[in-house]
Ligand binder design. Sequence first.
Ligand SMILES: *[C@@H]1O[C@H](CO)[C@@H](O)[C@H](O)[C@H]1NC(C)=O
Ligand SMILES: *[C@@H]1O[C@H](CO)[C@@H](O)[C@H](O)[C@H]1NC(C)=O
Ligand SMILES: *[C@@H]1O[C@H](CO)[C@@H](O)[C@H](O)[C@H]1NC(C)=O
Ligand SMILES: *[C@@H]1O[C@H](CO)[C@@H](O)[C@H](O)[C@H]1NC(C)=O
Ligand SMILES: *[C@@H]1O[C@H](CO)[C@@H](O)[C@H](O)[C@H]1NC(C)=O
Ligand SMILES: *[C@@H]1O[C@H](CO)[C@@H](O)[C@H](O)[C@H]1NC(C)=O
Length: 928
Amino acid sequence: MFRTAFFIVSICCCSFYWCHGCLEEERTLLLQIKDSISYPGGSSLDEYWVGKNCCQWYRVDCNPSSSRVISIKLGSIREERLGLWYPNTSLFAAFKELEKLYLWGNHIGGWVMPQAFSEMQSLRELHLSSNNLSVSIDSLRCICELTTLRVLNLDMNRLNDHTIPKCLGNLSLLEELSLSGNELKGNLPGLCELRNIRELNLDFNNLDGRAVPPCLSNLSKLETLSLSGNDLGSYSSALTGICELTALRGLYLSENRLDDRGIPKCMGNLSLLEELYLLGNELKSPFSSLTGFCELRNLQNLNVANNSYVGSIPQCFGNMNSLRELHISYNQFTGANPSSIFQNLTNLMIISASDNQFNDSISFSTFANLSKLVHIDLSDNVRLEVEMEHPHWVPTFQLQSLFLSNCILNRRGGSGIPTFISTQQSLETLDLSHSFLKGTIPSWLLNNLTVSSLILGGNSLKGTFPQSTRRNNSMLNEFDVSDNFIYGELPSNIDTLFPNLIVFNMSKNKLQGTIPASISKLQTLRMLDLAENNLFGEMPHGLTRNNTSLEYLRLSNNKLQGNILSKFSNMTELVVLLLDSNGFTGTIASNILSSPSLKILDLSKNHLSGFIPSWLPLLMNLAILHLDWNFFNGPIPSEFCQMQNLHILDLSNNKISGSIPSCLPNISSWMKEISIDVDVLSEQVYLRVLYSLNSSYYVDVFHTRVTTILTTKGMTLTYEGLPLSLMTIIDFSMNQLTGNIPSQMGHLKALHSLNLSNNILSGPIPESFQNLESIESLDLSHNKIVGTIPPQMVQLYKLSAFNVSSNNLSGAIPNEKQFLTFNESSYTANPHLCGPPLQRSCSCNNSSQPRDNKGEEEEEDDSTILDSPLFFYLWVAIAYILGFWGFIALFANKNWRWKFFSTVDRCFDCSYLNLHMFGLYLKNFCCN
Ligand SMILES: *[C@@H]1O[C@H](CO)[C@@H](O)[C@H](O)[C@H]1NC(C)=O
Ligand SMILES: *[C@@H]1O[C@H](CO)[C@@H](O)[C@H](O)[C@H]1NC(C)=O
Ligand SMILES: *[C@@H]1O[C@H](CO)[C@@H](O)[C@H](O)[C@H]1NC(C)=O
Ligand SMILES: *[C@@H]1O[C@H](CO)[C@@H](O)[C@H](O)[C@H]1NC(C)=O
Ligand SMILES: *[C@@H]1O[C@H](CO)[C@@H](O)[C@H](O)[C@H]1NC(C)=O
Ligand SMILES: *[C@@H]1O[C@H](CO)[C@@H](O)[C@H](O)[C@H]1NC(C)=O
């Protein structure tokens, strides 16, 4: 009875559940696959693949009528720590109706029973990107048995000409083949036999011209051909066959070192072409390689950014009626009135023409009828006058982003903020920085628009802080009015006016009053820069409170007072803290230890006192530490030797005593070159990467050359040297240090500048200084150093500033190589030094025993030495700050927001792959 009931229930279940669920045999196979993925000792699918109905399992799909599994999508499921995976091909072959198999990102090194591929007679799509299929030469041999395959993806497997299967031509039904990010070089076997191929992706290999064999023209169905990031430019005739691919709709040839000769004249044949990418090549002549494109009447997207085009945009561009996107940034286009060309291109959505040398004037009225425009970027055309008021016009478009920084705006119309912007209700990003704007910030900018990023820095805008009547300007994330003439106080209700600020930069204005306490209520604030104003009073305690998101805080050059940090301060996210040139008093509070990520700390030019805290090295990441121009006393704590990332240590102009710790050479960043990596706002850094993919621009200001200000006595020199991320400096000058210079300091091979001047140091110049191979500036003047200048120091070929004046040195001055470039002032007031450039000659008699009276004469020279221009005080103050905001201005504010969305749109279907491609792209780009 019980058994019968069970039987009936089973039948019901079979008809309503089991039989429409999944086949037991396939369920068993899936579980075997799962075990194999997890072997040995992983468990990634355990929580998902439970229950009887495997058709409902995560990443499994069945055919509803047969209940058989048709797709298994197991991308990135095998954990790396488990080592390479060798899946048993028979397990997959046993699924009779399997059409799609995704196994990307699984560390597959080959197959067990690869001959079973021949049994997979329904498979249409196979994704194997980001595996380790190059580890064995055979891992792909049997793949050619998959004769039903339509889509094959083998991206990023480090495949080379030997490990790529020779038999790919057998896959005669293949429609999409992707081999990007491998290490392929020469011609690809069987390529021309793929008669059904529609999409071929060979991006980011090492292919030279031979990879595009003449027979490629057989592929009459080819619609998309991607060859970006190769070396096609090495054969100027590489692309001649391309013109016969008349079905092509997308052609991607970026980053190939192609020059004008590499672009075939017959490109006009590709009459269906919609997208053409040639960014990052070496194209120069608009006439030879651009005019041909005018014949491409279906072209919607032309990208020739980052080439070397010189001259004007061909007039025939005005006939490309289908054009939606035109990317010509980063060239040297010049010429007259480019806007008239665009006048009739009513499909244009995007004009990206930044970083050129347009030098005439353009009037926005010519864009008036381009109703689909959403993005205009004309920034960094420093001689381009952009006229927006005259003649009168009414826009038919609604922009999302407008970038006009570093142009000359509205010069004839009074240089005011362009009024047409008030009609742009969809505007999200507006960058008008450094564009000679005058006048006040109109109230509609904050009240009538919904911009999220508003950048007006580096103009001559006047008036009080812009009034906002709108209570809750919640769209504004980024507000930069730095380097203008804004005066008055910051609004006391800034938190209700702009509740979602992330970046707030009002530096270099004429702000007065105190920092409003309400600024601490900006929960999302990550960067605050109020430097170079006339703010006074204490820092609001709440600003540094628990749960603050601040990563970058700069209040330098104001009149702030009181303690540096309140006793409640707890800035766990802080990376950069710049409070120099204020009136802060007291000691350095240990609350600063709550910022473990701190990399740059500048407290110089305040009235701080007490010992230099020996616990500072607990800030493991500290790379730049400025405590100069304060009243610190006591010794240099030997604990400082633990700061392995320290690049710049400036303790000058204090009352520090004791000797120089001999353990300083333990600091590795002074021994070998290591770059500082400061990524405040990591998301923006991420977006910058996205941005780089689209436009091929990856310029990181922290790694570009930064101007360092070297202040010598009475005169400021700018030093265009290393990027700040590589700069290394020790400055202990103007203290009361005693004892010998530790000879271990000679191990600081990566040190660029050492200043020990104006102390009471004695003993000799260590001979080991001959090993300071990176040293550019060495100042030991005004001490009590004795002995000779070690002659081996002539090897220091980078040394360009050297000062040992006012010591007790003796003997002959080395007189070769670098040392020939130093003049008398480097050596004066050393009674026993002799030889050129000093007047005193080193005769046998007086070289070791110089006359005393001569010495006294030199002594008298002392006061004039102080005025000599080569008396170095070296400090870095403004440089990295400029550099940092440069970074923000360039990337955060440039097209990235817009680019991000367009990139995401384009790539939503292959996000995993793209993430990898970004990495790869960056790698490629950076390594070149
Ligand atoms: C591979 O799977 C098949 C089918 O389950 C099985 O018969 C065979 O023993 C497996 N091979 C290995 C080497 O595990
Ligand atoms: C597998 O490939 C990844 C990425 O290319 C690589 O980092 C890893 O070392 C490879 N593993 C083996 C065992 O070759
Ligand atoms: C734009 O179109 C108008 C009317 O068709 C024509 O008169 C004018 O010359 C065109 N302008 C350009 C720059 O092609
Ligand atoms: C801004 O909005 C106010 C109120 O909605 C309106 O009266 C004013 O004309 C607008 N200003 C501009 C310049 O559009
Ligand atoms: C600082 O803030 C963090 C998290 O915001 C918290 O976990 C920690 O306890 C705080 N420390 C102090 C000393 O208040
Ligand atoms: C900061 O947070 C910690 C723990 O979260 C708490 O104990 C402490 O009281 C908070 N301090 C302030 C000033 O809110």
